[in-house]
Design a protein around this ligand. Sequence first.
Ligand SMILES: [Zn+2]
Length: 273
Amino acid sequence: MLKRPFIFSVLVLLTTTALVSCGKNESNTNIEGHYELPDNEFISGDMILLKGDKQSDLSSSSFSGFRYYETRPWPNGLLPIEFDRKISSARRNRFLNLCNDVWGANADIQCVPWSKTHHGDLKIYLTQENSGCWSHVGAAPPHMSQTRRMNLSSFGCWSNRVILHELGHALGLLHEHQRPDRDQFVKIFSENAQQKYKYAFQLLVPKTSNIIQVASAYDFQSIMHYNSQAFSKNGRKTITALPEFRQYENSFGRINRLSPTDHNTLKHIYGPK
Ligand SMILES: [Zn+2]
C-alpha cells in the first residue's frame, strides 16, 4: 500500500472574526459536463473528493471548534495551471492574479502557467467548456494521476468570488458549512435542496489520519461558505444562521474576498510567505 505524503498533523490557530462587506450573490453550481469521474471519486456540491475522504460515522461532537482540510497540499505550494486553449489571456491573468495576490498574499503558494518540461503531469487542467463551477480538492494522492481538474463555466463562474472559492478547493479547503460542528451555527433545510444536491449539505468528517485540523471560530465570512439559497429547488433557503447569529444571515456565502480565517488557514497549511 502506498503511503500518503502527509499524515496527521494538528495546527492550532486562534482567530477573531471581522465584519466585511457583502459581495455579489453568486450561486454555487453543480458538476455537469463531460468529465467522467473515476470509480474512486465522488461529487459533493462543487467538489470532487476521493471516496475515502468522508467518514460520516465519526461523532461530530468530538470535532467541535475545528475546521478540516485535506492533507494533500501541493508540493512546495506550487500549482501549475494548464489553461484550456479557449480561455482568453485576460482570464488567465485574472485567475493567476487572484491565486497569487489574494490566496498567496501571506501564504507560501504560487500559481504558475503549466509547462510539460518543468512540471510533467503535475497540474490543474482548467476548462470553461463544461457546465458549472467545480474543482478537485487538493493535490492528487501519489498513486493517482497528478493532473487535477477545475471548470469555470463561461456562464456565471468568472466572478472573483467563484474563482477564489474554487481555488480554495484546489488548494485543499473544504466547505465551512460542512464542518462537523456547523449545526451549532446554522440550520440546514435539505427539504428545499434539489434532490441530487442534498449531499452537498452533509457533514464532512474526514479520516482522522488524513486531515489537518485548524481550531477556529465558525466563520460565516469564509469564502468557503455557501450562500443561503445554494442548490435551492424552490427559491427558499437551504441554509439559515441560528437566531443568535442573525447578523450574518444576509452576508454569508455572498462575500467576494477572503476572511482573516481563510488567510490564516492557508498560511498554516503551506507556511508563511
Ligand atoms: Zn465549493
